[in-house]
Design a protein around this ligand. Structure first.
Ligand code: ZN
Length: 503
């Protein structure tokens, strides 16, 4: 018997605290694949799904893949209403054109938002459900930073979260989702799921799943529950903390084989474990100047300064100069590396040429609310076109783009000036511009987690900076408009807390 399985999604992590609006052109710059173009993806979550379906065909099942639309983009602000309407309509038109299908596979993120739909994935799943009817399996994959909602849980048959952070298992998670669909189509399982959430809204700094750490313990506990009979999948979620929506929080999602009470009970246990470790998820913070002074008191380097408030991978513009200001004002005289997104400055460097002296105001041009530009004078050391290739993560093997770029030397500080915000996976951006951090005294990394893949074994010290930005290291002081109190860390204790359980 042959089965037709539709595959496609809109994949993005959105930021309500300050990200720039997302238009169709931003998906076009990153990845906007239609029809057969989708089936060419052989890595990431889509690749994992497609390879698992192809493997089933090789083993004798007849699986027809119906590729729809796959639009993915580095984190930004919400999709404009027009952007979401365009992508959603094309997605649904393509689905309608291939109906009837036997199942739908959705390689989602889980923290996408549009101006017109705060819960983009919930809205999309509901629309898909209307088209395919109540009996057709809908299975999705989610980042462990997903904001999982009641609408998503109601609309889908099963949702499977990543198991790792840094996220090295996109492909494997795609495979798991496809295999679950195949089991459903074979009539061997009837998934039912429950989600339990607690109001913990923390940055990703201690969200690692390998080695020691509070969230590593939560994830190991969650995965241990998969050994129980009739538990098909367990997920632990941190939530993307830079949305501003009601009901945000982290916890557990458990998919069982037709056993709702067990799904509710096991997901509740994961959520309570997460709640109980909340205090360990808040990082110690330094002002940039204090961090630089502390770094100077340490022998050797590199001292890695984590300016997570300006994380492009979390939706920030990447244009902060807070740590650069500290390095220059304290007077660091050893090689130090700082990335800053500033298209006008990059253009000025290209116009001047390698070896030229340039003077301009740098930073806080794209999203100016978080600081003031810094007047810099320096020498253009190197220029580049900003193309690179991701060596892992969600866009493994696919092109990355930071636009016209330059290395500007200001005293001992080398500034990587790029035109476009880009996702930090490991050190692709520094590599593309031949910037060697191994001999540096200070390196600024603008992400809360992926820096570990580069600097954990190398760093003389790692310090977390408390700087302004839309991806801050703590949400304790954030003025949310829609997320209601109480939530941790704004409220350190919530008496008689019980997880919210959705199914
Ligand atoms: Zn994530």
């Amino acid at each position: 018997m042959s089965h037709t399985i539709a595959v496609g999604a809109i994949f993005i992590e959105c930021n309500h605290l300050g990200g720039l609006p997302t238009e169709v052109e931003h998906f076009e710059q990153c990845e906007l694949l239609r029809g057969e173009q989708v089936t060419e993806l052989r890595n990431g979550n889509v690749g994992g799904m497609l390879d698992a379906l192809d493997a089933a065909t090789e083993n004798g099942s007849q699986i027809n893949i119906a590729p729809l639309l796959y639009a993915s983009c580095c984190a930004r602000g919400p999709l404009t209403a027009g952007c979401y309407a365009t992508l959603k309509q094309e997605f649904l038109d393509r689905l309608e054109a291939v109906l009837p299908v036997d199942a739908v596979l959705l390689p989602l993120h889980g923290s996408a938002a549009a101006e017109s739909a705060g819960d983009l994935e919930g809205d999309l799943i509901t629309s898909i459900r209307k088209l395919v009817g109540p009996q057709t399996p809908i299975v999705g994959t989610l980042d462990l930073h997903a904001h999982v909602t009641e609408e998503m849980v109601r609309g889908a048959d099963a949702l499977l979260g990543l198991e790792t952070y840094p996220h090295v298992d996109w492909y494997a998670t795609g495979q798991r989702a496809a295999q679950l669909v195949l089991e459903m189509l074979a009539g061997r399982v009837r998934p039912t799921m429950a989600l339990a959430k607690v109001p913990v809204v923390v940055s990703a700094i201690y969200g690692n799943t390998a080695g020691d750490g509070p969230f590593a313990d939560v994830m190991r506990f969650a995965k241990s529950l998969e050994l129980q009979e009739d538990v098909l999948s367990t997920s632990a979620f941190l939530v993307h903390p830079y949305l501003d929506l009601p009901g945000m929080g982290g916890g557990g999602l458990v998919v069982t084989d037709d056993d709702l009470p067990a799904a509710m009970e096991q997901s509740r246990k994961i959520a309570m474990q997460y709640w109980n470790c909340r205090n360990a998820l808040e990082p110690p913070l330094h002002t940039p100047e204090d961090a630089v002074r502390e770094g100077l008191s340490v022998d050797g380097g590199p001292i890695v300064l984590i300016e997570t408030a300006d994380c492009c991978g979390g939706g920030a513009a990447g244009d902060s100069v807070a740590s650069l200001k500290a390095l220059l004002s304290v007077g660091v005289d050893q090689l130090s590396l700082v990335p800053v997104v500033d298209p006008a400055a990059a253009a000025a460097c290209h116009q001047a040429g390698v070896g030229s002296q340039v003077t301009f105001d740098l930073g806080h041009q794209l999203d100016p609310q978080w600081g003031t530009p810094l007047a810099v004078s320096g020498t253009v050391l190197r220029l580049g076109d900003g193309h690179f290739t991701f060596n892992g993560g969600a866009w493994d093997g696919r092109p990355g783009e930071m636009g016209p770029s330059a290395v500007l030397e200001v005293g001992a500080v080398q500034i990587l000036i790029t035109s476009l915000p880009s996702y930090d996976w490991t050190d692709e951006q520094f590599q593309a511009m031949q910037m060697d951090y191994r001999g540096a005294k200070f390196v600024v990394a603008k992400n809360p987690m992926n820096y570990r893949q580069v600097y954990t074994d190398l760093a003389a010290r790692i310090l977390f900076l408390n700087t302004p930005g839309p991806t801050p290291p703590t949400l304790r002081f954030t003025q949310f408009q829609h997320l209601q109190r109480p939530y941790f860390p704004a409220d350190s204790s919530i008496p008689d807390l019980e997880p919210t359980i959705l199914h």
